[in-house]
Design a protein around this ligand. Structure first.
Ligand SMILES: Cc1cc2nc3c(=O)[nH]c(=O)nc-3n(C[C@H](O)[C@H](O)[C@H](O)COP(=O)(O)O)c2cc1C
Length: 189
């Protein structure tokens, strides 16, 4: 069966085994409110067998994430994936559970965004940022703020490019979702 998501999962698993620094990451692109394409690195999560990203709702990107493009580049395999995705919110309880696994500094940052300083907003200095972080009134026990959010990624197009072919001619395939399974087209790489 044609299963590009299974292939992506297997490729990412192999990349993790090879200690690939990109195995857990993606580059996520969207169209900003001003019409410019924007990209940033995010952790690409496997949440209950679905792809997901976690963001903070105070970031300007938050309202622009209904349609996104993703690049996953796995240098240890010489493989690139490009995905076009629609998105769907991750249930709050699941976000809250995963949030507990985060290290302290990003947890504190999520509360700073929520209580004082939206993500990606300018601030007078790094010193000021550290002061405000240190004087933040954090809830006890430390729980996820409402601004901690997650989006499932629902791929509509998947493009896989494999640079690792023995004869040097790259292998490129585009996958589209269909019923009962995905369809596959070979592309000129
Ligand atoms: C390795 C790496 C992983 C990152 N993971 C995340 C993430 O999971 N969620 C997130 O919101 N930002 C993450 N960031 C930070 C984003 O790249 C970006 O700087 C931040 O989200 C603010 O971007 P914005 O102005 O587009 O909102 C990560 C950055 C790096 C370098």
């Amino acid at each position: 069966m044609i299963d590009p998501l299974g292939r992506l999962a297997a490729d990412r698993r192999l990349a993790r085994e090879r200690q690939d620094p990109c195995a857990a990451l993606c580059t996520l692109g969207n169209l900003g409110a001003d019409g410019w394409p924007e990209t940033r690195t995010l952790v690409l999560r496997d949440l209950e067998d679905r792809l997901a990203v976690f963001v903070n709702a105070t970031s300007p990107k938050f309202t622009q994430l209904d349609r996104v493009s993703l690049v996953v580049w796995l240098p240890s395999l010489n493989v690139q994936y490009r995905l076009r995705c629609e998105t769907e919110p991750v249930p709050r309880e699941l976000v809250a559970d995963s949030w507990q696994l985060r290290p302290e500094p990003p947890k504190h940052m999520d509360w700073l965004y929520t209580l004082a300083r939206p993500q990606s907003s300018p601030i007078e200095s790094r010193e000021r940022l550290l002061e405000e972080l240190a004087s933040l009134s954090l809830p006890e026990p430390l729980t996820a703020p409402d601004t901690a959010r997650g989006f499932y990624l629902l791929p509509q197009v998947i493009d896989r490019l494999d640079l690792g072919m023995e004869n040097g001619i790259h292998d490129r395939r585009r996958y589209l979702p269909g019923n009962p399974s995905w369809s596959e087209v070979v592309l000129v790489p």
